[in-house]
Design a protein around this ligand. Structure first.
Ligand code: AMP
Length: 420
């Protein structure tokens, strides 16, 4: 797959490049850079991205580029959106980017009279943007034919499911030609959404971009520079604070996730770990217990945490910083949801210093440094090789038989001793 730094390098139809010049869009956004090449190659796609990332152009541009004149003024592209506002916005994007391309589009949604929508459909359109209920209504009245659909987009799938559109969507999919290119976008992933994606897509390319701005700025972020060996002690002290009620802890590896959960249990903190080596049942139980607050702490790897959707997490603790900076944004986005306050604590040992530098570069802000009793100036100032994990940590599994019994600490030992 290619990646493009400028729209000039993207093999889009000239009419679209012209529209981009008119819009003064010079540089593709990350989701556009990642999605457009595969879409131009005709691949199915699953995109994890929120509004504001440029996702509409990420699908509108390649579709408009690939559309052909085979069946003029019959629906060749169908886009489903959960709300009339989003449907209207997508319609505007098709108008904007497709200005010089010559295809016709219309938008249909419920809650208004269908007369004008039917008139538009009867004149013939190449692109239809619709909410599911109204689309089915009009289909049943035979105002719509879906037999020539070649490009199908399901936008904001998570919201569609929240709004109870699952059955409508399934019915619509059953009416589409089997041979088509399908695109699926969702801001979040859950097992239910994954299932829907699997029924819709064939061998899809997966593209994920971090939510920009809003999530990151809503979360209070602090970093603790610390020696690797002291992290467990610091963790216990943080968990002892009254306001720390429901905590998602992240590690880079499954092994470390288990180790942290075991350590916490030994120190009388109810904790569970979820990661790829656990069965689906074990994961579901762990998440249920965490949601119901029976378990205060859930320790997770990045991949295991992707599908989980939990509100009311008071704190995210990065016991280990992620090696992919985008994962930091995903991780801290787990707190401060639905208007709640949220705090993210990150532990940074010397060997993670460069990870922190990449994160601060991505989020374009410096994370507040906590003053605490384990503070390590060496970690804070680490550069060069000292700022990277040793190669053995990345490539060689820990030898079997090496003791990994977690330490126990008394309550006195975990006296709170940090100031913000
Ligand atoms: P969306 O995430 O699709 O809702 O897009 C967010 C906003 O970014 C919209 O106002 C777009 O017009 C704008 N936009 C999309 N792509 C680009 C780009 N490559 N350069 C500048 N602005 C863009």
């Amino acid at each position: 797959m290619n990646a493009y730094d400028s729209f000039n390098d993207v093999p889009l139809h000239p009419a679209l490049l012209k529209a981009l010049v008119k819009q003064k869009y010079l540089v593709p956004t990350p989701i556009q850079r990642k999605a457009i090449p595969s879409l131009l190659e005709g691949k199915d796609l699953i995109g994890i991205a929120q509004t504001g990332t440029g996702k509409t152009a990420a699908f509108t541009l390649p579709i408009l580029s690939k559309m052909t004149e085979t069946h003029p003024r019959t629906i060749q592209t169908l886009v489903l959106a959960p709300t009339r506002e989003l449907a209207a916005q997508i319609g505007e994007s098709f108008a904007k980017y497709g200005e010089f391309r010559g295809y016709k589009h219309t938008v249909v949604f419920g809650g208004v009279s269908q007369t004008k929508q039917v008139q538009a459909l009867q004149k013939g359109v190449d692109i239809l943007i619709a909410t599911p209920g109204r689309l089915l209504d009009l289909y049943q009245q035979r105002f719509i034919s879906l037999q020539n659909v070649q490009f199908f987009v399901l936008d904001e799938a998570d919201r569609m499911l929240d709004m109870g559109f699952l059955n409508d969507i399934k019915r619509i999919i059953s009416k589409l030609p089997k041979k088509r290119q399908s695109l699926f976008f969702s801001a979040t992933m859950s097992p239910e959404i994954n299932n829907l994606a699997n029924t819709l897509l064939s061998n899809p390319v997966r593209v994920e971009v971090a939510p920009q701005g809003a999530t990151v700025t809503k979360v209070k972020q602090h970093v603790f520079f610390i020696n690797q060996k002291e992290k467990e002690k610091l963790l216990l002290e943080l968990l002892d604070q009254e306001q720390v009620t429901s905590v998602l802890i992240f590690t880079r590896t499954k092994h470390r996730a288990n180790r942290v959960a075991t350590f916490l249990n030994k120190n009388n903190v109810a904790a569970d770990a979820i990661h790829g080596n656990k069965s689906q049942t074990a994961r579901t139980t762990a998440i249920k217990d965490f949601k119901s607050k029976r378990v205060k702490v859930l320790v997770a790897t990045d991949i295991a945490a992707r599908g989980i959707d939990i509100d009311n997490i008071s704190h995210v603790i990065n016991f280990e910083l992620p090696n992919e900076p985008e994962n930091y944004v995903h991780r801290i986005g787990r707190t401060a949801r639905a208007g709640n306050e949220g705090t993210a604590f990150s532990f940074c040992a010397a060997e993670e210093r460069n990870y922190l530098r990449s994160i601060e570069k991505l989020i374009k802000q410096r994370i507040h440094v906590m003053d605490h009793k384990y503070h390590s100036e060496a970690a804070k100032n680490a550069v060069g090789d000292a700022a990277k994990p040793p190669p053995r940590e990345r490539f060689v599994p820990r030898p079997k038989g090496r003791s990994s019994t977690p330490q126990r600490f008394s309550r006195e030992q975990r006296k709170q001793s940090f100031r913000s």
